[in-house]
Design a protein around this ligand. Structure first.
Ligand code: ISE
Length: 335
């Protein structure tokens, strides 16, 4: 069976998904690449052998020769496109965040609930990353006892120019919110956000340290530093009652020269999580072929949870106090 895909958005992530889908995922056919800039869409389509190029995402979703939709357009467009795809009964892989605010996440959930079956997966690819998979499995095997804390570090080389205000909390940290919730199998009760002094305010993106309490009683810490300067560096350690699991980033070689040993950092997240994206996209395609949603993949409810925590985090930073995380009632579809 082949699945004809439309990729909506031909920026960094759209181009990467087009490459993965056309090169690494048997059964996927790149039918359309769509972007507001047809030139950009055409460049990606040519590089990946896509059949068509377009600039109107709603028209693409409606096409009879498109079976499924991968949304990689700007964050604020995700919800409307996801809803259109769900209304057309087409499976969706939506890049994170599901939407930048909870209201829009809930609208997507409403559309999917109305449809009565789960057709949407959110691109929280870390759930498929081998290092987090091992961490979760080690916990399940009881090798470190019960989980107590999880520490996370999220460092980018430099925040993009369009990164404004609280995007460290709303755009970067959601990966950590989701993966810690997934590893610990819990929800969040409260969030506090701290900001160090001495920050270069001419740069976009502000470093923050986030402390979360879960409903299961764990503590989760997250450092987000979008201007770390030296490389893309994601670290994590899960602390159990009598042991810990530390994430290892895939490093394939080490340079020895001039009395020093060195390992490279990637410039962004794509090399660090290349395997996670590949396995995620493969699982998504399988879910389309079988009609059974991936058990590991994040669903619309998980997308909502990450945004709800992020939104509470923005309030916590503004108010300089701990904020309780309030969640809507979970619809039966996601239980
Ligand atoms: C970006 O959107 C991502 O998803 C990356 O994983 C993250 O490191 C970056 O900070 C975000 O802007």
């Amino acid at each position: 069976m082949s699945v004809r895909l439309a990729i909506l958005g031909a920026g960094v992530m759209g181009a990467d998904h087009a490459r993965i889908m056309s090169g690494d995922i048997p059964g996927a056919v790149l039918q359309v690449v769509c972007d507001a800039s047809e030139k950009r869409a055409a460049a990606v389509a040519e590089a990946c052998g896509a059949r068509h190029v377009a600039s109107d995402p709603l028209a693409v979703i409606a096409r009879a020769d498109v079976d499924a939709v991968l949304i990689a357009s700007p964050d604020q467009t995700h919800a409307a496109l996801a809803i259109a795809a769900l209304e057309a009964g087409k499976p969706v892989l939506c890049e994170k965040p599901l939407a930048p605010n909870v209201e829009d996440c809930l609208k997507v959930i409403e559309a999917e609930t109305k449809l009565g079956r789960r057709l949407l997966q959110v691109g929280f690819m870390r759930r498929f990353d081998p290092s987090y998979t091992e961490m979760k499995a080690t916990l399940a095997e009881g090798r470190i006892g019960g989980a107590v804390m999880m520490h996370n570090f999220h460092r980018n080389v430099e925040a993009p120019a369009n990164f404004e205000g609280y995007m460290g909390i709303t755009n970067s940290a959601p990966h950590e919110f989701d993966v810690a919730r997934f590893v610990l199998d819990t929800d969040y009760a409260s969030i506090s956000v701290f900001q160090p002094a001495g920050v270069d305010t001419t740069k976009t993106g502000m470093p923050v340290v986030i402390v979360l309490e879960t409903t299961g009683g764990h503590l989760v810490t997250i450092e987000v530093n979008n201007n770390a300067g030296y490389g893309y560096d994601v670290r994590g350690e899960l602390i159990g009652e009598h042991g810990s699991v530390f994430l290892n980033a895939p490093v394939h070689s080490k340079l020895n020269a001039r009395l020093q040993a060195a390992e490279r950092y990637p410039a962004d997240w794509r090399p660090r999580f290349a395997e996670a994206y590949r396995v995620q996209n493969k699982a998504w395609l399988k879910s389309i072929e079988t009609g059974v949603p991936s058990e590991i993949g994040a669903n619309a409810w998980d997308g909502y949870c990450a945004t709800a925590v992020a939104q509470a985090g923005v309030q916590a930073l503004a108010a300089r106090q701990r904020v309780n995380v309030h969640m809507a009632d979970k619809p039966a579809l996601y239980r």
